[in-house]
Design a protein around this ligand. Structure first.
Ligand code: BYC
Length: 321
């Protein structure tokens, strides 16, 4: 582990030893600036992804085909708001300010996951998001439950339990559609074709082009590389696709006996870069919607702050009396 020239040596040694022992760093502990910055960057991006991620599926709440599907979708989207909340709270333990993070998001100064910049034209998209996107999230996030920063790791435990439930609801929705009409089966296949490659891109650029991985892995924030987790996702998803009766849109996808894993094609990395830069199919509308929700919610935040101040003043008076 590198020691920054300005780091107080005993504190740096203590930090390094805690990481080496696989123990947790807590908010009260000294930590290198780079570690704090990396965590704020990743946790904030993750929180923004949960909140922006409410939009593509949320569009189907009013149009869900039955009351049961509407109730399920409502609950899922609400869970995502909760995930955002845990994650912003974890970022706040590092000294970040939630209002500032939101400003950075709506001004385009902070990123969120590329996957949420794709449209959801049919109800099958809701199922495929649950199956692929929540499935990818599980592959990526289960190892984050062992991340070295305590508040992040603990937030991930609860999030992963919910993601796992979300993935199953998506798969169950698709199983139901596949048992339906020919038109429904076609709708599922079309959604699979559109979401497969963007889902592989969720794991980030290939390891050779991932500038943050080396430090994040040395600090045990990330436990596996982007490519390792992408491979896990492919291996997990192929048998599920077979059971469902859909084809994954990759002519190079095949089992490699020697590696004991699947070989698969190369995603279009220029597309990932474009989407990250803000030039995906829905970037503009996603950020505009987030901005207007933030602006329209100003009075709620003001009212909540005034209420909290009044309660605090009352509690203080009671203590003094
Ligand atoms: N999209 O050096 P790299 C969910 C950026 S929400 C956009 O490999 P790192 C859900 C990356 O930030 C799940 N940007 O970075 C919600 C970096 O840029 P900066 C969201 C991406 O951090 C609702 C640059 O590219 N999950 O599950 O080591 C409904 C170079 O990359 C992307 C998380 O946030 C991308 N796909 O690794 C349903 C998981 N990929 O910051 C479901 C937590 C890369 O240097 N995050 N970039 O300017 C992580 O695990 C890691 O941050 C990543 C990237 C694996 C994503």
């Amino acid at each position: 582990m590198t020691t920054t020239p300005t780091a107080p040596a005993p504190l740096q040694e203590q930090f390094d030893a805690t990481i080496a022992r696989d123990q947790r760093i807590e908010p009260r502990d000294w930590m290198p600036d780079g570690y704090r910055k990396t965590l704020i960057r990743q946790i904030a991006q993750h929180a923004h992804s949960e909140i922006i991620g409410m939009q593509p599926e949320g569009e189907w709440i009013t149009r869900a085909p039955s009351l049961r599907r509407k109730a399920i979708l409502f609950a899922k989207v609400q869970d995502e708001a909760g995930h955002g909340l845990y994650l912003y709270s974890a970022a706040e333990t590092l000294g970040a300010d939630r209002a500032d993070l939101t400003e950075r998001l709506i001004e385009g100064r902070q990123k969120y996951s590329s996957i949420f910049n794709y449209p959801t034209p049919t109800f099958a998209d809701v199922g495929v998001i649950g199956w692929f996107v929540d499935g990818a999230a599980i592959c990526n996030q289960v190892p984050l439950c062992r991340s070295s920063y305590g508040p992040y790791a603990r937030a991930m435990v609860r999030i992963c339990k919910e993601e796992s439930f979300h993935q199953r609801q998506g798969y169950e929705l698709l199983l139901t559609m596949m048992r339906g009409t020919e038109a429904q089966r076609e709708m599922v296949q079309d959604a699979v074709d559109r979401w497969w490659w963007p889902s592989l891109m969720m794991f980030g650029p290939p390891d050779g082009d991932s500038p943050n991985s080396a430090a994040s892995m040395a600090w045990k924030i990330k436990r596996h590389s982007n490519d390792e987790l992408r491979q896990r996702f492919v291996d997990m998803t192929v048998p599920q696709a077979e059971k469902l009766g859909v084809t994954l849109p990759d002519p190079d996808l095949r089992w490699n006996e020697e590696r004991g894993r699947h070989d698969f094609g190369t995603p279009d990395w220029s597309e990932l870069q474009r989407v990250i830069r803000g030039d995906g199919p829905c970037n503009t509308e996603r950020v505009a919607r987030r901005r207007s929700a933030h602006e329209e919610g100003a009075w709620v935040r003001q009212a909540a702050a005034a209420h909290a101040a009044r309660r605090a003043a009352r509690a203080e008076k009671e203590v003094a009396a």
